[in-house]
Design a protein around this ligand. Structure first.
Ligand code: TRP
Length: 458
């Protein structure tokens, strides 16, 4: 398909399409393997309240900032800054976003590949016969060909969806899969909370324990909110550029945030009560978020659960969906950039982006096998990509984006954009701008500094 500048820019066709795509980006492995444990270990309901507070106070305003930049400029993350602040170094924030997308997708595709392997193990029944789940995971992830094959399949599916475009690819795909994901999570969560002994877990999850809340907990709640909403790297700038001019951006941002938070809470109801039902409560405190939870602990839980092999198939399917709707949003950041800045066709841009990211991705995948002793700053390639992107690049990206909107784009342009040239009226618009200009930069700035000193915030 040859596109030229005279053609209308591809866009989302419906409001629901925008929400499905943006929520698809936000709902990822972070919701499932991080949020439930972080919440349970840091005060349950108390953490949840802090988290929701930060989603409203910081998350939604930053998401709205990204949407407004993209929709105003009608360009990719890099081009948007160049157009809105010509002749200034602000385009570097766009470059940072493109590089972050590159780094995130390289290691996220490794993990997304693992979810497919486990889906295959669940559906063939192999998983329910494994005796040592830790060994099963270590054996698989340290191989060379099999993890690479799954990573390749993830990159292929991601590329096919992105190649098909916004309306016919990303929107169509996420509009079907996000509701499926929601129904599956509800279903598995229902199974989990109706297990004998599950109520202990539900209590642990929701009853506020304020004595577990410290300064670090507060930072963790903010860090998790920002990471979970996929803010800070231009995904939402890119998606924003495809949102129609009559869309109520503040309402859309709020709906995306509500979806992401609801799914995180449902994921907690799926994970925590089941663990409580099958192992002593004290275990939850010693678990750490990450692959160990979904590839070692939960498969053991499914083994003991009535109907567990069936639920494990559903679980790994929904995990794969959560991962895929995120990978397509990251690839689109790079593809939109290559397409618009280098004037490539969508096909060529997709091919170049996918192949070059995969080269780095192979190194991330092999970090668990033949390259496990290859380290930079005492980290494997996988760990380095993960740490640099999630802890440093996303945080600085989010900080610079709010500074851009609050101090460079300015009040009238911002309010003009989110009010659809004055046709929407809301008392909230000025308040949101105040947050973006004064509060969000301070809050995110504290996180940016603190990640260097305190481990485990993001
Ligand atoms: N929000 C995703 C999750 O919860 C992770 C993520 C962070 C992400 N930034 C992103 C995904 C950008 C896609 C694009 O797992």
């Amino acid at each position: 398909m040859i596109e030229n500048n005279n053609q209308i820019r591809d866009s989302f066709g419906s409001k629901f399409g925008v929400i499905a795509a943006a929520a698809g980006s936000a709902v990822g492995l972070g919701n499932i393997w991080r949020f439930p444990l972080v919440t349970t270990q840091n005060g349950g309901g108390a953490f949840l309240l802090l988290y929701i507070g930060f989603v409203i106070l910081i998350g939604i305003p930053v998401m709205l900032s990204e949407f407004s930049i993209g929709r105003r400029a009608q360009l990719n993350a890099f081009g948007s800054f160049k157009k809105l602040a010509p002749g200034t170094p602000w385009f570097l924030v766009g470059s940072l976003g493109i590089i972050t997308a590159f780094a995130i997708l390289a290691f996220y595709s490794t993990v997304a590949g693992w979810t497919l392997e486990y889906f295959a193990q669940a559906i063939t029944g192999k998983l329910s016969h494994v005796n040592d789940m830790q060994k099963n995971f270590a054996d698989f992830s340290s191989q060379t060909y099999r993890p690479l094959m799954w990573q390749f399949i993830i990159m292929l599916v991601t590329s096919v969806v992105v190649f098909a475009g916004i309306k016919k690819g990303i929107e169509k795909f996420t509009k079907i899969l996000m509701p499926v994901l929601a129904v599956l999570i509800l279903f598995v969560a229902f199974r989990s909370v109706t297990l004998e002994g599950a109520m202990e877990g539900v209590k642990y999850l929701f009853v506020p324990n304020w004595s577990a809340v410290s300064f670090k907990t507060v930072l963790m709640a903010l860090g998790q909110a920002a990471f979970s909403l996929s803010i800070g790297m231009g995904t939402l700038i890119t998606y924003g550029s495809y949102i129609q001019k009559d869309n109520h951006l503040l309402r859309t941002s709020t709906q995306v945030a509500i979806t992401d938070t609801s799914i995180a809470i449902l994921a907690s109801l799926m994970v925590i009560p089941a663990i409580f039902a099958f192992s002593p409560g004290s275990d939850v405190a010693s678990l750490s978020p990450g692959p160990g939870l979904v590839f070692e602990v939960l498969p053991d839980v499914f083994k003991s659960m009535p109907g567990g092999s069936f639920f494990s198939v559903l679980f790994f399917f929904l995990l794969s969906v959560a991962a895929l709707t995120s990978t397509i949003s990251v690839l689109e950041v790079v593809v939109a950039y290559l397409k618009e800045e280098l004037k490539l066709s969508r096909g060529m841009a997709t091919l170049i982006a996918a192949v070059s990211i995969s080269v780095l991705g192979v190194l991330a995948t092999l970090s668990f096998g033949v390259m496990k002793d290859f380290t930079i700053f005492e980290m494997t390639v996988f760990d380095l990509l993960n740490y640099a992107s999630a802890n440093i690049m996303l945080t600085f990206g989010a900080l610079l984006i709010v500074i851009f909107v609050g101090w460079r784009m300015g009040k009238s342009d911002f309010i003009n954009e989110i009010s659809n040239q004055g046709s929407l009226k809301s008392n909230l618009f000025k308040g949101v701008y105040f947050i973006i200009r004064y509060i969000a930069p301070v809050a995110i700035g504290i996180i940016a500094i603190a990640t260097f000193f305190i481990q485990g915030i993001v």
